[in-house]
Ligand binder design. Structure first.
Ligand SMILES: Nc1ncnc2c1ncn2[C@@H]1O[C@H](COP(=O)(O)OP(=O)(O)OP(=O)(O)O)[C@@H](O)[C@H]1O
Ligand SMILES: [Mg+2]
Length: 372
């Protein structure tokens, strides 16, 4: 049984089409993350699932029942909002038990539920405080606690960590993942932070302009992005992309013309013949920063799946664990990641190898990945 199914959901506000036919399915116990740039329709979709907004067309199915006409409070969903929305005049204890009171749960059960959740979230010592007497992270826990006391079939989170500082954000991210591992309740989590999406999700739904771009596990969205948008959006660094020609002179290769008119051929691995239809055509060549390496580090002859380029380093950016090397290739700026001890200097001319087994090619017209 799937926990949640979204079937061809469209949403317009007046003339503005905000969601353009979204289809998604979450299996029982999945952690689905909706990710995409600001305004792409993430919160609107979450609100439609919760019943706080209605879809213009399409349906929302929860545990095999269409809930389009079911009132939000009868959907057995708990939602954590970005703003936390705690009741300022109530204590933490009252904030936690209020939702249960509204649902006419017996007092003894309410006390038990609040005890269990506050222990789990380590907020027992805060139960008699008001929200104004809490730090941001503590408020965030209370907001989560208010959802958790309910034991619903589906949790919805709308950017619950966006008000926190960077360190606390990372800590709470881990807490949420532990929470999901313990509860195993299906979760739908909205964020515009692709690292949060990668670290939390069982599957990521990448949205852009009200359309679903890709729905896949985190590693697939990173390694095999469905299109140029996903390649640029997912990953701490966007995928390096440059226009090139596919040629077949001395074997199949990606040919990049540099700004001084020189052609550089990089050998293409194509066991299934997928790229044959693109020979002598323009394609977009994509490669992740970690698939470059300093050529000096390769002993002996290059394996036949490796290409090699020479470039002038524009600037380097050390991050501690690794150093980013920024250079131009073709008409594009690219970033290669190297170990700090192998970092070149700005202005240095260096040679880099390219692991072409990891290359992604995209059709420049449709912007879709040419499937392998
Ligand atoms: N009630 C409304 N009336 C008109 N337009 C709306 C309404 N609510 C949202 N929109 C528009 O719908 C689009 C999607 O909004 P939504 O809040 O779903 O985006 P989002 O992906 O959650 O963005 P963010 O990351 O900034 O929260 C935006 O262009 C927004 O201006
Ligand atoms: Mg939003």
């Amino acid at each position: 049984m799937s926990s949640l199914e979204i079937v061809d959901v469209h949403k317009s506000f007046g003339d503005v089409q905000v969601l353009q036919g979204i289809n998604l399915k979450a299996e029982e116990g999945e952690f689905i993350v909706l990710v995409g740039p600001s305004g792409c329709g993430k919160s609107t979709l979450l609100e439609i699932i919760a019943g706080l907004e209605s879809a213009t067309s399409g349906s929302v199915v929860i545990q095999d029942s269409i809930v389009n006409d079911v009132h939000p409070k009868d959907r057995d969903i708990a939602m954590v909002f970005q703003s936390y929305a705690l009741y300022p005049t109530m204590t933490v204890r009252e904030n936690l038990s209020f939702g249960l009171e509204v649902r006419k749960i017996k007092k003894s059960e309410r006390i038990e539920a609040v005890k269990k959740v506050s222990e789990f979230l380590k907020i027992e010592s805060l139960l008699d405080r008001k929200p104004s007497q809490l730090s941001g992270g503590q408020r965030q826990r209370v907001a989560m606690g208010r959802a958790l006391v309910r034991n619903p079939v589906l949790f919805l989170f709308d950017e619950p960590l966006s008000n926190l500082d960077a360190k606390l954000r990372v800590e709470m991210r881990t807490e949420i993942k532990k929470l999901h591992n313990a509860l195993k309740t299906t979760m739908v989590y909205v964020t515009h932070d692709q690292i949060e999406a990668m670290t939390l999700a069982s599957r990521i739904a990448v949205m852009h302009g009200g359309e679903l771009q890709q729905y896949a596990d985190p590693q697939t969205t990173y390694e095999k992005p469905a299109n140029i948008f996903v390649a640029g959006f997912m990953g701490a660094l966007p995928m390096n992309l440059v226009e090139c020609m596919l040629v077949n002179d001395k074997g199949l290769a990606v040919r990049v013309t540099t700004t001084n008119g020189e052609n550089v051929d990089l050998p293409l691995v194509d066991p299934d013949g997928i790229y044959q239809a693109y020979i002598n055509k323009k394609v977009m060549f994509g490669i992740r920063s970690e698939h470059f390496a300093r050529s000096e580090l390769i002993q002996g002859a290059l394996p036949d799946y490796m290409g090699s380029i020479t470039c002038e380093v524009e600037v380097t950016e050390p991050t501690g664990a690794e150093t980013m090397v920024i250079f131009r290739f073709g008409d594009k700026q690219m970033i290669a990641k190297v170990e700090p001890e192998h970092a070149p200097l700005a202005g240095e001319k260096i040679s880099l190898t390219v692991d072409m087994r990891r290359a992604c090619l995209f059709d420049p017209d449709t912007e879709k990945r040419i499937f392998q």
